[in-house]
Design a protein around this ligand. Structure first.
Ligand code: CU
Length: 639
């Protein structure tokens, strides 16, 4: 995956207030923080990113106006055991604020994990535990991490903890995640960088199979499929100017933050002479994977891949012809690593067009004339490797005004080891002695909406069934019931597929040609309910999974559904807390938070590497346009 590099890139011009911090700016921020605070060399930078300006500044901005640049910084001061947040003015070259945040931990930073793996490997109790399992060669041990969570103990409240889970790797390049050295768990204080203890839950056999998936591991490769070239001899149909992308009638800005990865800003549609705003900001804001297994310390396993990991640093460098096919435009991203070095991630964001079959069609039965238009979609995507899993985050734009979010899931199952014949109630055997543990993946996407402007409202729509009776003598009547969601507690909602329930974001200050309010609807797909019990540590920490949809009134600092600091949290922050204020949602600046869950009972076919799974949702115009907005598409070329 990521062939990231530390190098001094060319100076990048800032063209817009939402442009991510450039390498020069990142370096300036780091220098200011080092100069003006008392953090020492051991301190780690969790996040250095643009402090996004006020929406009013963005909305009023015109090309070539002066741009003020501010930065946000979060630092894990390991020596002091403290977390600090800072604001930096790049224009004034100074620290504007520096605040100690008591009682929280930053996300886990890659450099800590590297140090932890090296530390664990030389600990005598770990080496003794390996010897009990017949392993003496430390080069064959892959040390991974599993977050501690918070189950209410004293050390969870006071220390920065991480648990090491190890896997046997017989030959370099073997699958590093499938041969669990089960039950041997060093517990590390990351601030002190000391092994507190090595827990041993008992020896299990090392699974015999390598679980390799590279072509060299196959006895025979099938013939390559027939050649399929995707070419655009005249180049792609989209334009890229810095972070600004325009395609068909769409325009949006592609951003990136260390905490969220790819972010889309100011998504709008050119409708005749008007640029019509739809979404101010869209990003993935949580990805949590809770497991069902009760054995050993596996009950703790509910890693928040966004809330506890610096997700952006997991982004892959993509390869043309492999990850992406066709006429591709890539964007690089730049992130300050834990040590404050600027790292370039080349080809992190992929943009291209895809043919998507037929968009609309009719054959006139009288004239026999067929009129057909093909669908083209614009794809903006990036991939992230978080431990054993690999996630694709995809946004699609269509010519009929549809926006689609899709998460793709692949990579390697999280596997424990079991005895021959040992029952696995909360997992499935996927290879000899390999227990693929049952789990879920919950994605949360934050949609800061601005349908035709900042003031929006949300209406729930579902089928309204009418009992047979005097008003419905033939039993066919059914309407669509519309309910305005007036406040935040009322707007914590769940899907209801049998009634076709969806939600529309409307602008009550704008009407379409039939007198309705212009709107976009959020169309849910299959989803799951929480599988963990109410009051469990997971449910306390990930309260957002209780509902598929939440709507909040925009407020600065309400960026993540579990709050800004999730590591070792007891829960309580984020959506459940904010919405207790029950703010009015009528004609306000609204944020939609949509949660998608995938129930993953491992299959034999998911081993040794998992074919892609998908989940997502669509946003479709609903009376936003006065008619099919793709009537004006040119006819396709007949061949
Ligand atoms: Cu899974």
């Amino acid at each position: 995956m990521a062939t990231k590099s530390i190098e001094i890139p060319d100076t990048i011009e800032v063209k817009h207030p939402l442009d991510p911090l450039t390498p020069d700016e990142l370096e300036q921020v780091i220098a200011i923080v080092r100069r003006e605070t008392s953090i020492d060399e051991r301190a780690l930078f969790e996040t250095v990113m643009l402090q996004e300006p006020d929406k009013s500044v963005v909305r009023a901005f015109r090309d070539s106006q002066a741009i003020r640049r501010d930065a946000f910084v979060a630092v894990q001061d390991r020596t002091a055991g403290k977390v600090f947040e800072g604001r930096v003015s790049l224009d004034d070259d100074r620290l504007v604020s520096w605040e100690y945040l008591p009682g929280v931990q930053t996300r886990i930073i890659n450099e800590e994990l590297e140090e932890m793996a090296a530390l664990v490997k030389v600990h005598p109790d770990f080496i003794e535990g390996l010897r009990k399992r017949g392993i003496t060669d430390l080069d064959k041990v892959n040390v991974e991490n599993m977050t501690q969570g918070n189950f209410g103990t004293e050390e969870e409240a006071t220390r920065r903890l991480m648990r090491a889970h190890a896997f046997y790797v017989e030959t370099p390049g073997d699958n590093p995640h499938v041969r669990a050295i089960d039950g041997l768990v060093p517990v590390v204080d990351l601030n002190e960088m000391t092994v507190l203890r090595v827990e041993d839950f008992g020896v299990k056999p090392i699974p015999p199979e390598t679980g390799n998936y590279q072509s060299e591991s196959q006895e025979q490769l099938r013939a390559a499929p027939a050649r399929l070239d995707i070419t655009q001899p005249d180049g792609p149909g989209f334009q890229v100017d810095g972070q600004l992308v325009t395609w068909e009638n769409w325009s949006f800005r592609v951003g990136f933050t260390p905490r969220e990865g790819m972010v889309l800003h100011t998504i709008g549609y050119r409708d005749g002479e008007n640029d019509r705003p739809i979404i101010y900001r869209a990003s993935l804001t949580e990805l949590v994977v809770p497991y069902a297994e009760t054995a050993n310390d596996y009950f703790r396993n509910h890693s928040f891949d966004l809330g506890e990991t610096v997700f952006g640093t997991c982004v892959n460098a993509l390869t043309l012809g492999c990850d992406c096919l066709g006429e591709i435009h890539y964007l690089d991203v730049h992130i300050a690593n834990g040590r404050g070095e600027v790292v370039r991630y080349p080809n992190a964001i992929c943009m291209h067009e895809e043919d998507y079959g037929v968009l609309w069609k009719h054959t006139n039965p009288i004239t026999h004339q067929t009129v057909v238009r093909r669908s083209r979609r614009m794809v903006v995507s990036s991939f992230y490797t978080v431990g054993n899993y690999d996630y694709g985050i995809f946004w699609y734009f269509y010519q009929d005004g549809t926006i689609e979010f899709e998460a793709k899931l692949t990579g390697i199952l999280y596997c424990g080891a079991v005895e021959d014949g040992q029952p696995t109630a909360y997992g499935r055997m996927v290879a000899p002695n390999v227990n693929g543990m049952i789990h879920e993946h919950y994605f949360n996407v934050r949609l800061d909406m601005e349908v035709d402007g900042p003031d929006n409202a949300v209406v729930e729509v579902e089928a309204d069934l009418v009992p047979t009776g005097p008003d419905n003598p033939h039993g066919n009547a059914h309407g669509a019931r519309e309910t305005l969601l007036e406040s935040e507690t009322q707007a914590a909602r769940d899907i209801k597929p049998e009634l076709g329930r969806y939600w529309k974001v409307i602008n009550r200050g704008r009407t379409n040609r039939m007198g309705g309010h212009t709107a976009y609807k959020l169309m849910p797909e299959a989803n799951i309910k929480p599988m963990h019990q109410p009051g469990s540590p997971f449910m306390n920490r990930a309260g957002f999974v209780e509902h598929d949809l939440w709507v909040t009134r925009y407020a600065e600092g309400e960026d993540f559904p579990c709050g800004s600091y999730v590591s070792q949290s007891l829960g309580g922050d984020g959506l459940p807390k904010w919405t207790r204020a029950d703010r009015s949602l009528k004609d306000e600046d609204l944020v939609l938070w949509y949660t998608m869950g995938v129930f993953h009972v491992p299959r034999l076919e998911d081993f040794p590497i998992m074919p892609m799974e998908y989940t997502g949702f669509k946003l479709k115009p609903l009376g936003f346009f006065d008619r099919n907005p793709a009537l004006d598409l040119a006819p396709p070329h007949k061949k």
